[in-house]
Write a protein that binds this ligand. Sequence first.
Ligand code: GLN
Ligand code: ZN
Length: 747
Amino acid sequence: MTTTIIGFPRIGENRELKFNTEKYWRNEISETELLNFAKDLRLKHWQLIKQAGIDEIPSNDFSFFDTTLDTAYLFNIIPDAAKKLDLSNLDRYFALARGYQGEKGDLKALPMKKWYNTNYHYLVPQFTKATDIKLNDEKIFDEYQEAKDSGIQTRPVIVGPFTLLSLSEFHSVTADDFVDQLVNAYQEVFEKLSDQGAQWIQLDEPELVKDVTGEKKILFENIYQKLLQNKSNLKVLVQTYFGDVRDVYQDLINLDIEGIGLDFHEGRKTAQLVQSGFPDDKILFAGVVNGKNIWRNHYQKTIDLINSLSVKNLVISTSCSLLHVPFTIENETFAPEIKQHFAFAKEKLSELVDLQAILNGDTKLINKNQQLFDKPRVQPNESVRKRVDSLTADSFVRHPDLKERATIQKQEFQLPLLPTTTIGSFPQTKAVKKIRAQFRHNEISQQEYDEFIANHIKEWLDWQEEIGIDVLVHGEFERNDMVEYFGQNLDGYLFSKNGWVQSYGTRGVKPPIIWSDVARNKPITVKWSKFAQSQTDKIVKGMLTGPVTILNWSFPREDISVKESTIQIALAIQDEVLDLEKNGIKIIQIDEAALREKLPLRKTDWYSEYLDWAIPAFRLVHSKVQPTTQIHTHMCYSEFTDIIPAIQNMDADVISFEASRSNLEILDALQKENFQLQVGPGVYDIHSPRIPSVEEIKATIHKILQKVPQEKVWINPDCGLKTRGIKEAKASVENLTTAAKEVREEL
Ligand code: GLN
Ligand code: ZN
């Protein structure tokens, strides 16, 4: 029995990769310097993994931006326009990832999407009639060689063909058109690696944990049947993660492959599948150490699980790539009694090695680990628990119903048709970030800080009044991040200093950790909302983050269910909602930006495993407000067409979507499902610095009006403006208000 991992965080212990890459983008270092830096970093990581005692080490899990893009690049799945740009190999790669605008031409970035149920993003390969698959890049071979030259035998990793095709977009062509070419190209990779001396290849196939039936299953079978006809001497590991492979388990164990990687954490049925029979001539790569969360592994439980599998050939591994957890706990300053409960990527390596030792008879390690789990890690917060226990079905229902509220609120607010608003944040300029940092480091007084924020709010309120927005916002200048800000003001949360996880490219997030029961011990947003409202006669929206999003963007507890944690958070936010209401805030927006993100990968689990508690958690937050208080919510990403009834069931009065990027596809679904909430589908894309013209926005509004009754339509940008510059933010929103006014007059 040996140990391995699926992949390692490539960003580096102190996000060195980010800083060096960004330096390169700013022309502060040369291409050679960046490439050399990356080479050293890879070597450092391989050595670290080896020194930790891991037996089999992956390579090519490194990436300058994203491994799906790397795979597309390797196979020449590159739009013609990018090929024509007279750029170096590396710059062309970055052009695909981030777009290019310069003397060599103009190229839009590839679309970017969330990687399964994570907050990591991949670039979406594009297939067209012109796509010509062939080997185009040396990265995978070079990195294998690099490791080999320094005495480390590695297992190169690549996105598998089924997942690659499933994630790609096809324009006037289909996936089937490319199976043969793609399979040949993979085989060529196998052959080259085999010639170089590689023994294994790892094909990442997370797509297999989704529903794989019908045509999808035929595609999978077709690909693998062809691929395995000629796989050189290379041993093939088909690696899955983020769920179980119930639809294809039988197929997988019958394939002519040497290794199958399964996730025992998110894969609810994985153990059961393996127990039903695993072939002696294959190796099970058992993902028993959680690659997605930061808690210590419970060794006894893991050992019991492994023993229950009765598998002959076993490699113990992580449930998914360690890309999804921070690098190391070593530099964190938590008290030892807290720290001992955490394992980040580096610590998870030791856990694998410990588990191996235990399976080989070590008893000391298991006893020490058991002490962590012998008694409850934290004491329950009795008042929170009591409150949760006393909830009844009616606690989740707002009265009167939506329709009646709409009539009451219409009377109350007297808003024009097509009311305009924004999603909450205004540009977080360097000055804003600096003030927050200075305040955090005690370099300025509370009073100085408050004055700055107050002035900023006033300035932006004035501007909003000037251009005639109907429902104003205060701008969220006091918030670093929509989850961290709330976490810092709630009991039960912990924050790492350096717990960064890659989100996309050089961007990272630092998810807070839910340590114990969550409770609110003081108002969080009331001060600034109240202040903003006192400055104007127009309505200023209160702005909160919803419980599901707070949970989804945190590292959740494992000693209680995520459902229970979410309900606790919901009660805390409910208190905040009621406090805002008491303080004269008439419209309150509760953002659920990340609600879509954790939708289970299998459709059959959508309600039973998630929506059945996530939607009620949201309802709980606003169930007690007065009929005259209008509740808004906002959601990022546009792929909601399948869950419209669930969204309706959130029972907010108004919802805004981030839909403009996807051509407002959602409108048809809203129409079809007879969507009852008022809705602002987002009339322009805030992710681009581009300023939409009045005409363009008018056209979009008309498009919306074709599908949604006019009395239900709101006009707003499709997300917050915090990442935009002041100039473009103002110009865009000014055009938005002009467009709304002009369309109003036509109605
Ligand atoms: N209110 C938040 C903002 O405007 C919403 C952000 C989001 O949806 N990601 O920044
Ligand atoms: Zn958004």
